[in-house]
Design a protein around this ligand. Structure first.
Ligand code: FAD
Length: 473
């Protein structure tokens, strides 16, 4: 009987020996949850409700020692291991069937050094926590756009956000990681120590070990001029074409991602627009505030937006502005690609499929990766596609599982139409479980080097619940 059947048929028992589990429990600073325990059903779940897995044990680590204990326990019991940071991976890599989940959500310490302009961030932090901790000093490092996303997964996959054009990918601001390897040893990796491992974790995901803390470079970012502008769908081709030309050549202080979305039926959106399918850009300008109005003047004159909420706000406020539209516990189905050139033909396709969002929370997003992100070469870190210019992601979302086929069909149809206009691979953090071919296409000529480093640090592929890099001997 597999663990799922076991849990479903006998909810009060775990298949692990009680004494073994009690022994582990006695060693932990944190705690653990197993089938039958109160809270198991919450503990086994991740952000994407389409992922429905039943781990044998969720170890809620509170220290590096707990991470080591969890690894050693899983090895002894010959169980698989999933690592969970913020639990946001669309493919559900933060949980597993029948294995051990190393849940880092109890490790959320942040230490900001305003003199060195660095932040030491524990592996279970979310971006909202980091933005608020560093924001208190008028500092920030590039992170994601939703405050509940985990620092762990986002960083290890590369990290795209509003500060990418100005300060690079998240990994370009990573100075050091401290991590527990598959054999339980604790190591540091930086450009000075274990440089091969440091190269690999900058884009190579959770393949190499459990990162217990990240050291980031910070930059002065305080009040920004930011927010969304929205246009009606009959202006989408014009808006998107203007956006493409504008952001391709804009100063690095300007960032903006393009989206098709449905207007939430809530304030501050005007009532006549509620639940309307529209398109828009969420902007973030980090340059001198007195110049901000001038920067956006050409766009406002060329194509006056129907909604214009762009104005001054603290950077952490921008970073949590869309949290309510991305709550956990919804059905999610994602597809993505890197894109070198956003052609007129591709824009027409975006307009066509973006106008057919299947449900109110579904969306398509286009992120620019240019500016500072392109100061490094494709082989400087494991992140191979930094010169692609764009990432698009198609996200089918709904609370109701009976709509799954509808959101899956729309996501796949949109992706299939756009994929021929793409560069080949996809941003690992936007991939679901799409097979080795997609992983290899994403890392291109970095894959072999990653596989060799995996062979050195994790020869048994102990950490394989991820966008897996298979070790070479
Ligand atoms: C609502 C939403 C918004 C998003 N916005 C952005 C965005 O703006 N920019 C962007 O770049 N991405 C974005 N993403 C994608 C995001 O980067 C990935 O989902 C990422 O995997 C999330 O990391 P996590 O720690 O929350 O996920 P988890 O599911 O916990 O982990 C994902 C993977 O990372 C590994 N991992 C996590 N933490 C660690 C660790 N400490 N040590 C070792 N391995 C670890 C896990 O093994 C797993 O394979 C978004 C995702 C969502 C759902």
């Amino acid at each position: 009987m597999d663990v799922r059947e076991h849990v479903q048929s006998n909810k009060s028992e775990s298949f692990l020996e009680d004494a073994e589990v009690k022994d582990l429990m006695a060693r932990l600073r944190g705690n653990l949850v197993r089938p039958g325990d109160e809270g198991y059903d919450t503990a086994r779940r991740v952000y994407n409700a389409m992922i429905d897995r039943y781990p044998a044990l969720v170890v809620r680590c509170a220290s590096i020692g707990d991470v080591r204990e969890a690894i050693q326990f899983a090895r002894k019991q010959q169980l698989e291991v999933a690592i969970r940071g913020g639990g946001h991976s669309a493919g559900g890599y933060g949980t597993c069937d029948g294995g051990v989940v190393i849940d880092l959500s109890g490790m959320r310490g942040i230490h900001v050094d305003p003199v060195e302009r660095t932040a030491r961030v524990e592996g279970g932090c979310t971006w909202g926590e980091v933005d608020r901790a560093t924001g208190g000093f008028g500092l920030a490092t590039p992170g994601g756009l939703i405050s509940t996303t985990g620092v762990g997964g986002l960083t290890l996959g590369g990290g795209l956000g509003h500060l990418t054009r100005r300060y690079g990918l998240t990994i370009d601001n990573l100075l050091e990681v401290e991590m527990v390897l598959a054999d339980g040893s604790l190591v540091k990796a930086s450009s000075a120590q274990n440089a091969d491992l440091f190269w690999a974790v900058r884009g190579g995901g959770g393949n190499f070990g459990v990162v217990t803390s990240f050291l980031f470079q910070l930059h002065p970012v305080s009040t920004v001029y930011a927010g969304p502008m929205l246009w009606h769908l009959d202006q989408s081709v014009e808006a998107m074409s203007f956006y493409r030309d504008f952001i391709s050549n804009a100063p690095e202080e300007i960032s903006g991602f393009f989206a098709f979305m449905v207007v939430p039926p809530a304030q501050p959106f005007p009532e006549h627009l509620h639940l309307k399918n529209m398109c828009g850009v969420v902007w973030c300008y980090t340059g001198p505030l007195e110049q901000a109005e001038n920067v956006f003047k050409p766009l406002r004159q060329y194509l006056p937006p129907e909604v214009d909420f762009v104005g001054q706000m603290p950077y952490p406020a921008l970073q949590s502005m869309f949290d309510l539209s991305a709550p956990p516990g919804l059905q999610q189905y994602w597809r993505a690609d890197f894109v070198s050139e956003l052609s007129d033909e591709a824009i027409d396709l975006h307009a066509k499929y973006g106008a057919r969002l299947p449900t109110p929370l579904s969306t398509t997003n286009i992120y620019p990766i240019n500016g500072a992100a392109q100061r490094k070469d494709a082989n400087d870190t494991a992140f191979s596609y930094r010169h692609a210019n764009w990432v698009h992601v198609i996200v089918g979302v709904d609370p109701d599982p009976s709509n799954n086929q509808k959101i899956i069909d729309w996501t796949k149809d949109t992706w299939l139409a756009l994929h021929p206009h793409s560069a080949g691979g996809a941003y690992v953090n936007f991939l679901m479980d799409e097979g080795q071919g997609r992983v290899k296409a994403t890392y291109r000529d970095n894959y072999e080097r990653l596989a060799a480093i995996k062979g050195k640090y994790d020869p048994d592929n102990f950490f394989h619940i991820n966008q897996n890099i298979q070790p070479t001997e």
